[in-house]
Design a protein around this ligand. Structure first.
Ligand code: TUI
Length: 314
């Protein structure tokens, strides 16, 4: 069975993280992933601090396995969430969209493992120097807010630049993707999009249905002109957004107003005018199944494909 040093560091069975997806990654999904041997993550993006606290407590009741909280550092209540995780005795924190340096002393004093998501070498080096425990290196194949580099060249460059464990993210959805990431030097993989189709995920059935039906060309990146590129499924909403971006008669304020609340509308209401954030690997998703089956497919699939390909190629 595939194992790596990150399993010892975090006390997890399999080297697989569930992405901390806004509006999607709640206690139910995180607990299902953790109970199945991966690292479940609760997203702290979508809710007030007390609501996230409730999710943390709910997750504790649902699993005795390690789980974490993902904090989007640009969220208005990021500082409050940073304190809440300490108060609640959360053991693992991942961060996105910024540097968690100012919270590190507090988190390290409280024995929290800190794993920022980064998308380039310079940020990985800076984070290692600041004293984080590992980094998630996220390629632009991922869903949601994306960086510029893609997973294939990003991972080996990060692996060469730091000594701490590297978790590969972006475009990884099955055993083949995971095996490739391990070959590039990753100690674990983070999977987002596929876990939206987990049976335990509370996202709207329209969202799951769109992912199961997605093909290789189903995603689009919008928001580049605003400096906030986001990958999502092609829908009337995202196509209109893309059109507005290049229309000289539409102001940035109008674009912002159009996009506001779009992710929640997709996840909770299954609304066509929502933003269905998804990675490029959506086309590989074939069915809704329990989180444990997804983890087994990815981990056993990686092991199998590594052996089979080695026998054929070497
Ligand atoms: O954060 C993400 N992905 C996200 S956040 C999100 S919420 C959202 N909702 C509506 C519209 C737009 C976004 C959806 N998807 N990924 C993690 C990530 N973090 N990728 C890249 C980075 C990053 C960027 C800059 C990490 C660090 C950084 O700066 C570090 C520094 O030193 O300032």
């Amino acid at each position: 069975m595939i194992k790596s040093r990150i399993c010892e560091i975090l006390g997890i069975k399999y080297p697989i993280f569930q992405g901390g997806m806004a509006w999607v990654a709640d206690a139910e999904l995180a607990a299902a992933v953790s109970n199945a041997g991966g690292l479940g993550l609760i997203s702290a993006i979508n809710a007030g601090t007390d609501a996230v606290r409730d999710e943390v407590r709910k997750c504790k009741a649902l699993t005795d396995k390690p789980f974490g909280v993902n904090i989007m550092l640009q969220a208005p209540n990021a500082a409050e969430i940073a304190e809440m995780v300490v108060e609640e005795g959360v053991k693992i924190v991942t961060t996105g969209a910024g540097s968690p340096a100012k919270y590190l002393p507090m988190w390290k004093e409280n024995g929290i493992k800190v794993i920022p998501v980064i998308a380039c070498v310079a940020h990985a080096v800076k984070m290692q120097a600041a004293g984080v425990d590992a980094v998630v290196a996220e390629g632009a194949e991922s869903g949601g807010h994306v960086g510029e580099l893609h997973t294939m060249p990003l991972i080996p460059q990060i692996v060469d630049a730091v000594d701490i464990p590297v978790i590969a993210a972006g475009g990884i959805c099955d055993g083949r993707g995971a095996a490739a990431a391990f070959m590039l030097g990753a100690d674990a993989v983070q999977v987002g999009t596929r876990f939206i189709t987990a049976a335990e995920c509370t996202a709207h059935e329209n969202y799951k249905d769109k992912l199961v039906k997605a093909t290789d060309i189903s995603t689009i990146v919008t928001g580049k002109t605003q400096g906030h590129p986001v990958r999502s499924l092609k829908t009337p909403f995202s196509r209109n957004f893309a059109k507005m971006e290049t229309d000289p008669n539409v102001t940035p304020e109008e674009i912002l107003a159009f996009g506001g609340g779009a992710l929640r509308k997709a996840v909770q209401e299954g609304d066509e005018n929502g933003s269905y954030m998804a990675g490029e690997c959506a086309g590989l998703i074939k069915q809704i199944e329990p989180a444990a089956a997804i983890i087994e497919d990815i981990i056993l699939g990686a092991e199998k494909v590594m052996k089979e390909r080695m026998e054929r190629l070497v």
